[in-house]
Design a protein around this ligand. Structure first.
Ligand code: NAD
Length: 255
């Protein structure tokens, strides 16, 4: 079958849910083969099954550098060098800076920043060597340029992803590889159900998650619309894509 992305291989991390799942589904709908990676292999398999035979599930923690290298080896051996890599996996961390522990900082930096670094380190050299150009899409957030007193650590990781993307865009231009940073505002996904809250007990964390979840749901911005912006970023080679007009309000749900 044809389609704008026929014959192209797309890798998406965090593709078991939300934006990653929608992105893998959209690329596949446009004719691409998709590698669907997630730390939760069951959700990766569920996404792949719903897409069909052109989707290949894989279980990997993006924060694990060696595992990401093995993942890239597997992709290249089994399916070839990807043209498009979407570094989407991420986690939430809310709460005041003064309540946030070093351990909590480390996990959110490991996943949100080093997870993207590991994805770029694993795939960019192989894409350069293949000499076919391509595109790397990193999912940052509106939080990357909107300070909030309730998302200091998360926002810091996303600002870092933004600058990593801008720097790589300059470096990889010579190889014909585009790099984009996508900056969504509030998107109705499962992220609110896993967001950790600093400085509160489990009960309060549950209450805050429910509250954020309801606020995100009410905002009614589906992940499919972010997926469409990701395809747009690849096709039009956009550098930074702020996704929602209300991106500035991204942090208000945490009040
Ligand atoms: P989600 O929780 O629905 O999906 C995230 C997926 O990533 C999950 O399937 C999860 O299992 C996976 N994941 C988590 N840690 C991982 C790891 N270490 N290795 C591999 N996979 C891992 O959330 P989402 O909203 O779809 O989030 C996707 C990206 O979008 C994240 O980077 C998030 O920060 C970003 N983002 C989300 C919003 C929003 O409002 N939902 C806004 C801006 C940016």
């Amino acid at each position: 079958p044809g389609g704008r992305f026929a014959g192209r291989l797309v890798v998406v991390t965090g593709a078991g849910s939300g934006i990653g799942r929608s992105t893998a589904t959209l690329f596949a709908g446009l004719g691409a083969e998709v590698v669907v990676a997630d730390i939760d292999i069951a959700s990766a398999r569920a996404t792949a099954e719903s897409i069909g035979p052109a989707a290949y599930p894989y279980g990997v923690d993006v924060s694990d550098e060696d595992a990401m290298d093995r993942f890239a080896d597997w992709v290249v051996d089994e399916h070839g060098v990807p043209e498009i890599v979407v570094n989407n996996a991420g986690i939430g961390l809310a709460g005041a800076f003064v309540d946030t522990s070093a351990k909590q900082w480390r996990r959110v930096v490991d996943v949100n920043l080093l997870g993207v670094v590991n994805g770029c380190r694993a795939f960019a050299p192989r894409m350069i060597a293949a000499r076919r150009g391509g595109h790397i899409v990193n999912i940052a957030s509106a939080a990357a340029f909107t300070p909030s007193d309730l998302l200091p650590a998360y926002s810091t990781t996303k600002a870092a992803v933004l600058m990593l993307s801008e720097s790589l865009r300059v470096e990889l231009a010579a190889a014909g590889i585009g790099v984009s940073a996508i900056c969504p505002g509030i998107v109705d996904t499962n992220i609110t159900n896993t967001t950790r809250y600093a400085g509160v007990d489990e009960l309060e964390e549950k209450r805050l998650r429910r509250q954020a979840s309801a606020a995100y749901h009410k905002r009614n911005f589906p992940p499919e619309r972010v997926a469409a912006q990701i395809v747009f970023a690849v096709e039009d080679n956009k550098a930074v894509v702020p996704v929602t007009p209300e991106a500035k309000l991204a942090h208000t749900a945490y009040r």
